[in-house]
Design a protein. Sequence first.
Length: 272
Amino acid sequence: MANEIFSVGLPARFLSAGRCTVPGGWNTAAPVPDAALLIVRDAGSAAGKEAAAPDSRQALLLPPGSSAAEVPAGFVSAGPAVWLWLRFRSVSLTAATQVHLSLLPVSLHEDAFNRLAYGFHQLIRAGEGCGGSSDLCDYMLSVLLLSLRDEGRRISGNAVAARMLDYIRLHCYERLTLPDVARALGYSEDYLSRLLHDQVSCSFRQYIHYLRMQRAKKELISGIKPIQEIAEECGYSNAKFFSTSFLKCEGLAPSAFRNLYAAGFRQDCAES
């Protein structure tokens, strides 16, 4: 994932900003060594739509040394649009001042877009000589970059959570550990642990146990497979440990749970 992240040291140094309606209009200014480029695309307003379509408003960050070829085709060729752009230089890149930003296009919800657009317009005015000291511009740029980071985290977090939950559900009946998931998805254990707790309000082990118990109950109710086989299919090599865990979870031993619910299940199936 490292090649998809750009680290910026705050406060960043504001260089220039502008607005254009022609793709590539951000390249009209003289090149600045070591300057990063942030572009926000607004296709919703340009198309005259009352409500912007998904992905019609996006932010794209290009690190120093990027070429025009690195701008995604859909970012410049998806119909009429307005582009807001600014150039800045990262300074003071220490652990305490780093902000990590995605190098992939970030879709913006309306409220996030409005916050970013306001900051852009203020910096464009400052760049045109309409007031504002360099320190104030750097501060405003820092606020804008932090806002972009938070929006990227929100969207990225949702996508990572979906991938994580899908992976756990697919492999939870194996000998799965959190380090296994972290290696498979390319994220740290601490990050995935916090993300999982935000999504399901429990720990990794508790969630694995929950998923296994849910499958075990379905298999027991069907009344077909032996308990030893169900235990193995649900990730328990030891049937005794499975039975003890099931008793703690449901208040009934697996055999008692089957006797209580299997008859009703078979009757429902026959009637349907």
